[in-house]
Design a protein around this ligand. Structure first.
Ligand code: PPS
Ligand code: MG
Ligand code: MG
Ligand code: MG
Length: 333
């Protein structure tokens, strides 16, 4: 019997692995190569290279599948960004990506430009936690497949995450397929199947023994509100702050029990590429994910989680009381 989505998994794993390795190589050489997007957030050569490589691979294998990706090539067409585009081309040439040219790179990136919901699509964050990437801390290459509104496959390439059972190994590739469990493999290992390590959330139901994680940037998740929740629930341990969906991985592998993402401003809607892969990883590791009101996240609303506010991730047993406490403290947007 074949595993469901086996071919999708193989192609997506290999693409995310390749993109993660390019990100590593760019990170090792980072100088000041950052563009500022319209919303003032940063984007680097690595974000664009990663999106180009993954969209190219998916387009080749699954030409019918739309991709809702974070980046687009609009800025790269500008004359003033010509050199920046050439640097992306150079990275892809270094990685020996066939048919690399400035035109093809822009085309591949824009292949990830779908915005609307469809019955089967991929969602891609070529670098989640770009600020973490620039600080040389945690970031993730995140890819998920959504079929009929359900996440069926998720991959997180985390080049700076220690491997859960051997902290001397840096770089972990997480993957999950619905109903098949959640796994970690070393990013550098060639024989991936041999090394697949099943990951699992914790089982604690005691908040005083629990640890939560949250964003580094207080603009992405309210640190003040999470502090209030922690005080009310007698959470004694200091929060672990890290960038990107690496937070989902930390909960999925039992290094923290909770991830809180609490709205910082009215009207901001979470983007599906910031969550899809992480959500399935935690669920398949035994945990629970909802928004701050306890509602399931809805991945059939286009590129945003239109009907949800914030995100709450737990090991499961801690979930009901945490949601209740958020309600009691009237923490919403
Ligand atoms: N206001 C607001 N609220 C919530 N989320 C926001 C907000 N603004 C931006 N973003 C998104 O945050 C993504 C990074 O989230 P992180 O949890 O990694 O934050 S942090 O990097 O630790 O600060 C980041 O993803 P990347 O752009 O891929 O890094 C953004 O999509
Ligand atoms: Mg992101
Ligand atoms: Mg990103
Ligand atoms: Mg971004």
């Amino acid at each position: 019997m074949t595993t469901p989505f086996q071919r999708e998994l193989e192609i997506a794993l290999s693409a995310v692995k390749q993109a993660s390795q390019i990100c590593r190589s760019v990170q090792a050489a980072i100088t000041d190569e950052v563009l500022e997007k319209k919303d003032k957030s940063p984007v680097t050569i690595a974000d664009f290279s990663s999106q180009a490589v993954i969209c190219r691979a998916l387009n080749e294998a699954f030409p019918q599948d739309p991709i809702i990706g974070e980046e687009d090539a609009a800025e790269l067409h500008l004359e003033e960004n010509h050199e920046f585009l050439e640097k992306i081309v150079a990275e892809l040439n270094k990685a020996e990506i066939p048919e690399t040219s400035p035109e093809n790179v822009c085309r591949w990136i824009d292949h990830g430009g779908a915005k609307e919901y469809s019955s089967r699509f991929w969602t891609l964050d070529p670098i989640d936690g770009t600020k973490g990437f620039l600080r040389k801390e945690q970031y993730a290459v995140s890819l998920a497949l959504i079929v009929d509104g359900k996440i069926v496959l998720g991959i997180l390439g985390c080049p700076n995450m220690p491997f859960p059972i051997d902290e001397t190994v840096t770089g972990t590739l997480y993957y999950t397929v619905a109903d098949q469990g959640a796994f970690a493999i070393p990013l550098n290992q060639d024989d991936q199947e041999q090394a697949a390590f099943p990951i699992r959330v914790t089982t604690t139901d005691d908040f005083s023994q629990s640890r939560f994680c949250e964003s580094v940037e207080s603009g992405h998740s309210s640190h003040g509100h999470s502090q209030q929740v922690a005080e009310k629930l007698d959470i004694e341990k200091e929060p672990r702050r890290l960038d990107s969906q690496a937070k989902y991985a930390v909960v999925a592998q039992g290094n923290a029990d909770i991830y809180m993402r609490l709205p910082t401003r009215v009207g901001y809607r979470e983007k599906i590429w910031d969550h899809a892969a992480g959500v399935l990883l935690v669920q398949e590791a035994g945990g629970t994910v909802t928004d701050i009101t306890g509602k399931p996240l809805e991945f059939d609303q286009g590129y945003e989680l239109k009907n949800n506010q914030g995100v709450i991730v737990t090991n499961g047993p801690l979930h009901p009381e945490l949601i209740q406490t958020l309600g009691e403290l009237a923490i919403n947007e």
